[in-house]
Ligand binder design. Structure first.
Ligand code: FEO
Length: 173
């Protein structure tokens, strides 16, 4: 069974994952609106992934006989100065998420909660990937600058992203 402290921290993370989903949906809508359908698609996949992350935490709380408590989702930005700015914000936010996952892991260690440690390991690896992807796109966008054809190709590349159910959820299927 989950300790109260672990349960509260995991519920806060459920809220943070839904907030992330909402942020990326907002980015997707923004880029759809200004004519970058590939980037909009990339953020739409990101929106789905964040909902999956919330579901992994929800399933874990339920499996451990805890109580899921859904809380209000704070507002998110609705426009960005540039494509580069949106990805810089993505990286800045994903670094915050990494810190949150690390804090959850510390709580799981302090509570001797081995099952939560095991579940959180997937998120530790996932955050490395999330930050690396955002960093790669920032590097590419800095090289492209205001070059119209470069931005057109960047949009095309992001249109190719495919959605895959995260491993912790596909294992449960
Ligand atoms: Fe749920 Fe983007 O980390």
């Amino acid at each position: 069974m989950l300790s109260k402290r672990m349960e509260e921290a995991l519920n806060a993370q459920v809220n943070a994952e839904f907030w992330s989903a909402y942020l990326y949906l907002s980015m997707s809508m923004y880029f759809e609106n200004i004519g970058y359908k590939g980037i909009a698609h990339w953020f739409a996949v990101q929106f789905k992934e964040e909902q999956d992350h919330a579901t992994i935490f929800i399933n874990h709380i339920n499996s451990r006989d805890g109580k899921v408590t859904l809380m209000p989702i704070d507002k998110v930005d609705t426009s960005w100065d540039s494509i580069l700015h949106a990805f810089e914000e993505t990286l800045r936010y994903e670094k915050i998420v990494t810190g949150r996952i690390n804090d959850l892991y510390t709580i799981a260690l302090e509570e001797n909660d081995y099952a939560s440690q095991s579940m959180l390991k997937w998120f530790v690896d996932e955050q490395v990937e999330e930050e690396e992807t955002a960093r790669d796109y920032i590097d590419a966008l800095k090289k492209i600058g205001d070059h119209g054809y470069g931005l057109y190709m960047f949009d095309k590349e992001l249109a190719a992203r495919t959605y895959a159910v995260p491993e912790p959820l596909s294992n449960q299927a």
